[in-house]
Design a protein around this ligand. Structure first.
Ligand code: NAI
Length: 332
Protein backbone atom coordinates (compact mmCIF):
# COMPACT_ATOMS: atom_id res chain seq x y z
CA UNK A 1 0.00 0.00 0.00
CA UNK A 2 1.22 3.45 -0.93
CA UNK A 3 1.04 6.81 0.83
CA UNK A 4 1.81 9.98 -1.18
CA UNK A 5 3.20 12.77 0.98
CA UNK A 6 2.84 16.44 0.00
CA UNK A 7 4.63 19.58 1.22
CA UNK A 8 7.48 17.41 2.44
CA UNK A 9 10.78 18.55 3.86
CA UNK A 10 13.87 16.39 4.47
CA UNK A 11 12.94 15.94 8.14
CA UNK A 12 9.51 14.50 7.19
CA UNK A 13 11.20 11.87 5.04
CA UNK A 14 13.73 11.09 7.78
CA UNK A 15 11.15 10.47 10.54
CA UNK A 16 8.53 8.71 8.39
CA UNK A 17 11.06 6.38 6.76
CA UNK A 18 12.54 5.47 10.15
CA UNK A 19 9.18 4.51 11.67
CA UNK A 20 7.74 2.99 8.48
CA UNK A 21 10.07 0.02 8.98
CA UNK A 22 7.38 -1.43 11.29
CA UNK A 23 4.49 -0.64 8.92
CA UNK A 24 5.85 -1.54 5.48
CA UNK A 25 4.06 1.09 3.38
CA UNK A 26 5.50 2.38 0.12
CA UNK A 27 6.16 6.07 0.78
CA UNK A 28 6.30 8.69 -1.99
CA UNK A 29 7.48 12.17 -1.04
CA UNK A 30 6.60 15.33 -2.98
CA UNK A 31 7.94 18.75 -2.04
CA UNK A 32 5.03 20.60 -3.67
CA UNK A 33 1.80 21.35 -1.82
CA UNK A 34 -1.32 19.38 -2.67
CA UNK A 35 -3.79 21.50 -4.66
CA UNK A 36 -5.93 21.16 -7.78
CA UNK A 37 -2.72 21.68 -9.82
CA UNK A 38 -0.78 18.85 -8.20
CA UNK A 39 -3.33 16.04 -7.72
CA UNK A 40 -2.00 14.60 -11.02
CA UNK A 41 1.03 13.40 -9.00
CA UNK A 42 -1.22 11.00 -7.10
CA UNK A 43 -1.35 7.55 -8.69
CA UNK A 44 -1.79 4.05 -7.25
CA UNK A 45 -2.03 5.60 -3.79
CA UNK A 46 -4.54 4.48 -1.21
CA UNK A 47 -3.63 7.40 1.06
CA UNK A 48 -2.27 10.93 0.85
CA UNK A 49 -0.52 12.61 3.75
CA UNK A 50 -0.72 16.41 3.98
CA UNK A 51 0.33 19.29 6.22
CA UNK A 52 -0.96 22.70 7.32
CA UNK A 53 -0.79 24.58 4.00
CA UNK A 54 -2.04 21.92 1.57
CA UNK A 55 -5.45 23.00 0.27
CA UNK A 56 -7.97 20.16 0.18
CA UNK A 57 -11.13 21.82 -1.12
CA UNK A 58 -14.13 20.08 -2.73
CA UNK A 59 -12.43 19.99 -6.14
CA UNK A 60 -9.27 18.35 -4.76
CA UNK A 61 -11.37 15.83 -2.78
CA UNK A 62 -13.29 14.89 -5.95
CA UNK A 63 -10.02 14.39 -7.86
CA UNK A 64 -8.52 12.29 -5.05
CA UNK A 65 -11.64 10.12 -4.95
CA UNK A 66 -11.48 9.59 -8.73
CA UNK A 67 -7.89 8.36 -8.29
CA UNK A 68 -8.96 5.80 -5.69
CA UNK A 69 -7.64 7.59 -2.60
CA UNK A 70 -9.37 6.22 0.50
CA UNK A 71 -7.59 8.13 3.27
CA UNK A 72 -6.36 11.69 3.81
CA UNK A 73 -3.97 11.70 6.75
CA UNK A 74 -3.13 15.12 8.18
CA UNK A 75 0.26 15.06 9.89
CA UNK A 76 -0.79 18.05 12.02
CA UNK A 77 -3.47 19.04 14.56
CA UNK A 78 -5.30 21.91 12.78
CA UNK A 79 -7.62 20.97 9.89
CA UNK A 80 -9.05 24.30 8.69
CA UNK A 81 -7.49 23.62 5.24
CA UNK A 82 -9.62 20.50 4.58
CA UNK A 83 -13.23 20.40 3.30
CA UNK A 84 -14.53 17.71 5.66
CA UNK A 85 -18.03 17.64 4.11
CA UNK A 86 -16.56 17.03 0.65
CA UNK A 87 -14.46 14.19 2.08
CA UNK A 88 -17.59 12.58 3.57
CA UNK A 89 -19.42 13.01 0.26
CA UNK A 90 -16.62 11.11 -1.53
CA UNK A 91 -16.25 8.49 1.24
CA UNK A 92 -12.70 9.57 1.96
CA UNK A 93 -11.63 9.07 5.57
CA UNK A 94 -9.77 12.03 7.09
CA UNK A 95 -7.63 11.74 10.20
CA UNK A 96 -5.22 14.02 12.04
CA UNK A 97 -2.73 13.96 14.91
CA UNK A 98 -4.50 15.95 17.61
CA UNK A 99 -1.92 16.06 20.40
CA UNK A 100 1.55 15.02 19.23
CA UNK A 101 3.27 17.37 21.62
CA UNK A 102 1.17 20.21 23.01
CA UNK A 103 4.20 21.13 25.11
CA UNK A 104 6.26 21.81 21.98
CA UNK A 105 3.91 24.58 20.84
CA UNK A 106 3.26 25.92 24.35
CA UNK A 107 7.02 26.13 25.01
CA UNK A 108 7.55 27.93 21.70
CA UNK A 109 4.90 30.50 22.67
CA UNK A 110 6.82 31.09 25.91
CA UNK A 111 10.05 31.36 23.89
CA UNK A 112 8.49 34.13 21.81
CA UNK A 113 7.34 35.92 24.98
CA UNK A 114 10.73 35.75 26.68
CA UNK A 115 12.64 36.79 23.57
CA UNK A 116 10.36 39.76 22.90
CA UNK A 117 10.35 40.91 26.50
CA UNK A 118 14.06 40.52 27.33
CA UNK A 119 15.22 41.17 23.74
CA UNK A 120 17.45 38.11 23.77
CA UNK A 121 17.78 38.17 19.94
CA UNK A 122 19.21 41.68 20.13
CA UNK A 123 21.46 40.89 23.10
CA UNK A 124 22.89 37.87 21.24
CA UNK A 125 23.90 40.03 18.27
CA UNK A 126 25.24 42.84 20.45
CA UNK A 127 27.54 40.64 22.50
CA UNK A 128 28.89 38.95 19.34
CA UNK A 129 29.90 42.44 18.20
CA UNK A 130 31.45 43.20 21.59
CA UNK A 131 28.70 45.70 22.37
CA UNK A 132 28.04 45.06 26.05
CA UNK A 133 25.67 48.00 26.57
CA UNK A 134 22.24 47.30 28.10
CA UNK A 135 20.59 50.44 26.74
CA UNK A 136 17.38 49.53 24.92
CA UNK A 137 17.19 46.01 26.40
CA UNK A 138 14.93 46.87 29.37
CA UNK A 139 12.23 44.25 29.96
CA UNK A 140 9.60 43.57 32.63
CA UNK A 141 8.89 40.75 35.08
CA UNK A 142 6.31 38.22 33.91
CA UNK A 143 5.83 37.35 37.62
CA UNK A 144 2.52 38.82 38.84
CA UNK A 145 1.34 39.88 35.36
CA UNK A 146 -2.02 38.80 33.92
CA UNK A 147 -1.84 36.36 31.02
CA UNK A 148 -4.97 35.93 28.89
CA UNK A 149 -5.26 32.54 27.19
CA UNK A 150 -7.79 32.16 24.37
CA UNK A 151 -8.51 28.45 23.91
CA UNK A 152 -7.57 25.96 26.62
CA UNK A 153 -7.40 22.69 24.67
CA UNK A 154 -4.27 20.57 24.56
CA UNK A 155 -1.83 23.42 23.81
CA UNK A 156 -3.65 26.12 25.81
CA UNK A 157 -3.66 23.83 28.86
CA UNK A 158 0.09 23.21 28.64
CA UNK A 159 0.65 26.95 28.18
CA UNK A 160 -1.54 27.84 31.22
CA UNK A 161 0.50 25.49 33.42
CA UNK A 162 3.82 27.05 32.33
CA UNK A 163 2.43 30.53 33.00
CA UNK A 164 1.22 29.50 36.47
CA UNK A 165 4.77 28.28 37.09
CA UNK A 166 6.05 31.75 36.17
CA UNK A 167 3.83 33.20 38.92
CA UNK A 168 1.42 34.87 36.49
CA UNK A 169 -2.33 35.35 36.99
CA UNK A 170 -3.85 33.19 34.28
CA UNK A 171 -7.27 34.20 32.90
CA UNK A 172 -8.75 32.11 30.14
CA UNK A 173 -11.54 32.19 27.60
CA UNK A 174 -12.88 29.07 25.94
CA UNK A 175 -16.29 27.89 24.79
CA UNK A 176 -15.88 25.07 27.35
CA UNK A 177 -14.18 25.74 30.71
CA UNK A 178 -11.71 23.14 31.93
CA UNK A 179 -12.41 22.21 35.56
CA UNK A 180 -8.91 20.75 36.11
CA UNK A 181 -7.37 24.08 35.12
CA UNK A 182 -9.76 25.97 37.40
CA UNK A 183 -8.68 23.70 40.24
CA UNK A 184 -5.05 24.81 39.82
CA UNK A 185 -5.85 28.53 39.66
CA UNK A 186 -6.89 29.40 36.09
CA UNK A 187 -9.92 31.74 36.02
CA UNK A 188 -12.37 31.66 33.12
CA UNK A 189 -13.80 35.01 31.98
CA UNK A 190 -15.70 36.37 28.97
CA UNK A 191 -13.46 37.32 26.05
CA UNK A 192 -13.94 41.08 26.53
CA UNK A 193 -12.75 40.88 30.13
CA UNK A 194 -9.62 39.02 29.05
CA UNK A 195 -8.96 41.65 26.39
CA UNK A 196 -9.36 44.47 28.93
CA UNK A 197 -7.27 42.92 31.71
CA UNK A 198 -4.44 40.92 30.14
CA UNK A 199 -0.85 42.17 29.94
CA UNK A 200 -0.08 39.27 27.60
CA UNK A 201 -2.61 37.51 25.33
CA UNK A 202 -1.80 34.13 23.79
CA UNK A 203 -4.05 32.53 21.16
CA UNK A 204 -4.59 28.76 21.32
CA UNK A 205 -8.01 28.27 19.71
CA UNK A 206 -8.57 26.70 16.28
CA UNK A 207 -9.32 28.75 13.18
CA UNK A 208 -13.01 28.57 12.30
CA UNK A 209 -15.85 30.94 11.37
CA UNK A 210 -16.15 32.19 14.97
CA UNK A 211 -12.44 32.81 15.46
CA UNK A 212 -11.51 34.23 12.02
CA UNK A 213 -9.94 37.69 12.68
CA UNK A 214 -10.75 37.36 16.38
CA UNK A 215 -8.06 40.00 16.86
CA UNK A 216 -9.20 42.99 14.77
CA UNK A 217 -9.27 46.78 15.12
CA UNK A 218 -12.27 46.60 17.48
CA UNK A 219 -10.88 43.94 19.81
CA UNK A 220 -7.40 45.51 19.71
CA UNK A 221 -8.92 48.75 21.05
CA UNK A 222 -10.14 46.79 24.09
CA UNK A 223 -6.63 45.58 24.95
CA UNK A 224 -4.37 47.27 27.50
CA UNK A 225 -1.92 49.90 26.28
CA UNK A 226 1.38 48.09 25.63
CA UNK A 227 -0.17 44.59 25.64
CA UNK A 228 1.87 41.67 24.26
CA UNK A 229 0.08 39.48 21.69
CA UNK A 230 1.28 35.94 20.92
CA UNK A 231 -0.15 33.78 18.13
CA UNK A 232 1.12 30.24 17.63
CA UNK A 233 -2.25 28.94 16.43
CA UNK A 234 -3.32 30.03 12.93
CA UNK A 235 -2.49 33.27 11.08
CA UNK A 236 -6.07 34.21 10.22
CA UNK A 237 -7.00 34.53 13.91
CA UNK A 238 -5.41 37.96 13.48
CA UNK A 239 -6.36 40.75 11.10
CA UNK A 240 -2.73 41.61 10.31
CA UNK A 241 -3.27 45.14 8.84
CA UNK A 242 -5.25 46.06 12.01
CA UNK A 243 -2.38 44.72 14.13
CA UNK A 244 0.10 46.79 12.10
CA UNK A 245 -1.98 49.93 12.82
CA UNK A 246 -1.99 49.09 16.54
CA UNK A 247 1.81 48.62 16.47
CA UNK A 248 2.31 51.90 14.58
CA UNK A 249 0.22 53.83 17.11
CA UNK A 250 2.14 52.18 19.96
CA UNK A 251 -1.04 50.72 21.48
CA UNK A 252 0.15 47.15 20.91
CA UNK A 253 3.46 46.81 22.75
CA UNK A 254 4.76 43.52 21.35
CA UNK A 255 3.78 40.93 18.79
CA UNK A 256 5.12 37.37 18.59
CA UNK A 257 3.76 35.14 15.84
CA UNK A 258 4.63 31.67 14.61
CA UNK A 259 1.85 31.73 12.01
CA UNK A 260 0.74 34.19 9.34
CA UNK A 261 -2.46 34.43 7.30
CA UNK A 262 -0.59 34.29 3.95
CA UNK A 263 2.09 31.87 5.14
CA UNK A 264 1.47 29.19 2.50
CA UNK A 265 3.28 31.34 -0.09
CA UNK A 266 6.33 31.77 2.15
CA UNK A 267 6.85 29.47 5.09
CA UNK A 268 8.87 26.24 5.04
CA UNK A 269 11.03 27.52 2.13
CA UNK A 270 14.39 29.26 1.83
CA UNK A 271 13.51 32.51 0.03
CA UNK A 272 16.60 34.37 1.20
CA UNK A 273 17.64 35.24 -2.39
CA UNK A 274 14.13 36.24 -3.50
CA UNK A 275 12.31 39.56 -3.48
CA UNK A 276 9.40 39.07 -1.10
CA UNK A 277 6.22 40.41 -2.69
CA UNK A 278 4.18 40.32 0.52
CA UNK A 279 4.23 43.94 1.75
CA UNK A 280 2.25 43.15 4.90
CA UNK A 281 4.82 40.62 6.12
CA UNK A 282 7.77 42.85 5.24
CA UNK A 283 6.13 45.77 7.13
CA UNK A 284 5.59 43.48 10.09
CA UNK A 285 9.22 42.28 10.04
CA UNK A 286 10.41 45.91 10.21
CA UNK A 287 9.07 46.59 13.72
CA UNK A 288 11.63 46.25 16.52
CA UNK A 289 8.96 44.84 18.86
CA UNK A 290 7.77 42.10 16.50
CA UNK A 291 9.15 38.57 16.41
CA UNK A 292 8.13 36.20 13.62
CA UNK A 293 9.01 32.54 13.39
CA UNK A 294 7.99 30.42 10.39
CA UNK A 295 5.55 27.90 11.90
CA UNK A 296 8.10 25.99 13.97
CA UNK A 297 6.08 25.56 17.16
CA UNK A 298 5.60 21.86 16.43
CA UNK A 299 9.22 21.33 15.45
CA UNK A 300 10.74 19.14 18.17
CA UNK A 301 12.16 15.63 17.99
CA UNK A 302 9.43 14.34 20.31
CA UNK A 303 6.66 15.90 18.22
CA UNK A 304 8.01 14.60 14.88
CA UNK A 305 8.29 11.11 16.36
CA UNK A 306 4.67 11.17 17.54
CA UNK A 307 3.47 12.67 14.23
CA UNK A 308 5.10 9.86 12.22
CA UNK A 309 3.97 7.04 14.54
CA UNK A 310 0.36 8.23 14.92
CA UNK A 311 -0.05 9.08 11.22
CA UNK A 312 1.23 5.68 10.05
CA UNK A 313 -0.97 3.89 12.60
CA UNK A 314 -3.99 6.01 11.51
CA UNK A 315 -3.49 5.06 7.85
CA UNK A 316 -2.99 1.38 8.72
CA UNK A 317 -6.19 1.31 10.83
CA UNK A 318 -8.31 3.19 8.32
CA UNK A 319 -7.22 1.07 5.37
CA UNK A 320 -7.78 -2.10 7.41
CA UNK A 321 -11.30 -1.70 8.79
CA UNK A 322 -12.02 2.03 9.11
CA UNK A 323 -11.61 2.07 12.89
CA UNK A 324 -8.88 4.07 14.58
CA UNK A 325 -6.94 2.78 17.56
CA UNK A 326 -5.74 6.38 18.19
CA UNK A 327 -8.81 7.97 19.76
CA UNK A 328 -10.08 11.38 18.66
CA UNK A 329 -8.26 11.62 15.35
CA UNK A 330 -11.03 10.84 12.85
CA UNK A 331 -12.58 13.87 11.13
CA UNK A 332 -14.53 12.18 8.31
P1 NAI B 1 -7.50 21.64 20.78
O1 NAI B 1 -8.59 21.21 19.87
O2 NAI B 1 -7.00 20.66 21.79
O3 NAI B 1 -7.98 22.94 21.59
C1 NAI B 1 -8.62 24.03 21.02
C2 NAI B 1 -9.44 24.72 22.13
O4 NAI B 1 -10.01 25.89 21.56
C3 NAI B 1 -10.58 23.86 22.67
O5 NAI B 1 -10.56 23.85 24.08
C4 NAI B 1 -11.82 24.54 22.13
O6 NAI B 1 -12.96 24.43 22.99
C5 NAI B 1 -11.34 25.99 22.04
N1 NAI B 1 -12.16 26.81 21.16
C6 NAI B 1 -12.85 26.44 20.06
N2 NAI B 1 -13.51 27.49 19.55
C7 NAI B 1 -13.22 28.55 20.34
C8 NAI B 1 -13.60 29.91 20.35
N3 NAI B 1 -14.44 30.39 19.42
N4 NAI B 1 -13.09 30.71 21.31
C9 NAI B 1 -12.28 30.22 22.26
N5 NAI B 1 -11.89 28.93 22.32
C10 NAI B 1 -12.36 28.11 21.38
O7 NAI B 1 -6.35 22.17 19.87
P2 NAI B 1 -4.80 22.30 20.23
O8 NAI B 1 -4.11 21.01 19.99
O9 NAI B 1 -4.66 22.93 21.56
O10 NAI B 1 -4.31 23.30 19.09
C11 NAI B 1 -4.78 24.63 19.03
C12 NAI B 1 -4.38 25.20 17.70
O11 NAI B 1 -2.96 25.33 17.65
C13 NAI B 1 -4.73 24.29 16.50
O12 NAI B 1 -6.04 24.54 16.05
C14 NAI B 1 -3.71 24.68 15.49
O13 NAI B 1 -4.28 25.67 14.68
C15 NAI B 1 -2.56 25.29 16.30
N6 NAI B 1 -1.31 24.54 16.20
C16 NAI B 1 -0.17 25.20 15.85
C17 NAI B 1 1.05 24.53 15.77
C18 NAI B 1 2.32 25.24 15.44
O14 NAI B 1 3.30 24.56 15.08
N7 NAI B 1 2.41 26.54 15.55
C19 NAI B 1 1.11 23.09 15.99
C20 NAI B 1 -0.13 22.50 16.42
C21 NAI B 1 -1.30 23.20 16.49
Amino acid sequence: MTISFFSTQPYDQLFFEEFNADFGFTLRFYEVALSADTTNLVHDSEAVCVFVNDKLDANVMAQLASKGVKVVALRCAGFNNVDINAAKEHHIKVCRVPAYSPQAVAEHAVGLMLTLNRKIHKAYNRVREQNFSLNGLLGFDFYGKTVGVIGTGNIGRAFCKIMLGFGCKVKAYDVIANRDLEAIGVEYHPLVDILHEADIISLHCPLNEQTHHLINSETLQMTKQGCMLINTSRGALIDTPAVIDALKSGHLGYLGVDVYEQEEKLFFRDLSSNIIQDDVLTRLSGFPNVLITAHQGFFTREALTQIALVTLQNVKDLLKDGNLSNKGTLLA
